[in-house]
Design a protein around this ligand. Sequence first.
Ligand code: P6P
Length: 340
Amino acid sequence: MSQITVTEHLLLRQKQSPMATGQFTSLLTELILSAKIISREVTKAGLVDVLGFTGETNVQGEKVRKLDEFANNVLIHRMRRAGVLCAMASEENGDIIPVEGEFPQGDYILIFDPLDGSSNIDVNVSIGTIFSIYRRPKEKRGDAPCLSDVLQKCENQVCSGYFIYGSSTMMVYTTGDGVHGFTLDPSVGEFLLSHENMQIPKKGKIYSVNEAYWNSWDTATKDVLSYFKSHQNAEGKPYSSRYIGSLVADFHRNLLYGGIFMYPPRVFENGKRQGKLRLLCEAAPMAMLVEQAGGMATDGTNRILDYFPTELHQRVPLFIGSPEDVQIVKDIYEHHEEGQ
Ligand code: P6P
C-alpha cells in the first residue's frame, strides 16, 4: 500500500486545493501532533489515572472528565504556539480563546470539540475530536481577535474533520476537495492514506437516534421515526437501529455503510428545544464533511451550512447522512408544515 501522509496528500492535490499553503500545512501538522498525544492517552486510559471526573462542570453544564480536560489542554497548548491561528473556540470553554500577546498570530480560526462522546470513555467505546477551520476575514487582520471573527456563516469553513479513537485511530477530513481518511500506523507514528475520496451511499439501511426522547418529540418527528421503523417505507422493511451515543462513531459508521443520524428537537424540554448538539463544533464540521462525501445535513428542513451562528455554543437539531434518507426527513417535516 502506498504510504502517503496527510501533508503529502494535500500537496499532491494542491493543484485542486488552494489550501496547501505553508500556514495551513503547519496548522494540520500541529493538529495531527495534538491528536497523536490524545490518542496515546485514550488508548492507555485504563492503565493510568485519567478515567473519571475532574469534579468541575463545563460551559455546557456537563461534568468534565479527566480525558476531556487533558484533550482540551493539549489542543489549546499546541495550537496557541503554532503561529497559524488568531483565535480558537472549544466546546469546553465558554468564550473564544484569542491568540495574541506572546503567541504568534496567524489568519486561521480553529473550533473544536476536544473529546466528543466522552461519556463513553470509561467503557472503551470509540470517541473523537471534531475540528472546524475558518479563515479570518481579510478586513479584520491585525485587529484584536473577537467573537465576530468566529461567528461566520457555516459554509465559510475551509476545512473540517475528526479524529476517531477506536479499534484504530483515524483522521477523516476535507478541505473542500473530497473527503479523505488516514489511519494512524503506530509503528511509524504517521497517519497514512487509507480511504481516498470517501463517498457516502446515496441511501442507507441504518438510522441512529436516541429513542428515549420519544415523549419529547413533536408529531412530525414521531412520523419521521415511524417511517424508518415501518414496512411501508421505500425499503419495504424497517431500517436497522444503531446508536452508540458518540457522534463521531455513529457518523463514521454511517459514512462508510450509509444511513442517517438524527438528533431531533426535544420540543417539550426546556433547554433542549434545539436538541443537544452544538452548531459550531459538532453539526457544522460534520455537515461540510458529509456534503463533500455526497450526503446531506439539515436541521430537519434547512441546510446546516446555510446557518449563520449568533452564539458561540448555540445548539441545532441535526439530521445528517445519506442524501435520500435526509431528503425523506425534509419531505415529512415540510408536509407537516403545509398541513398547519
Ligand atoms: P444523548 C456526546 O455527549 C454527544 O455530544 C454526541 O457525541 C452524541 O451523539 C450525543 O451527545 C449523545 O446525546 O442525548 O443521546 O446522550
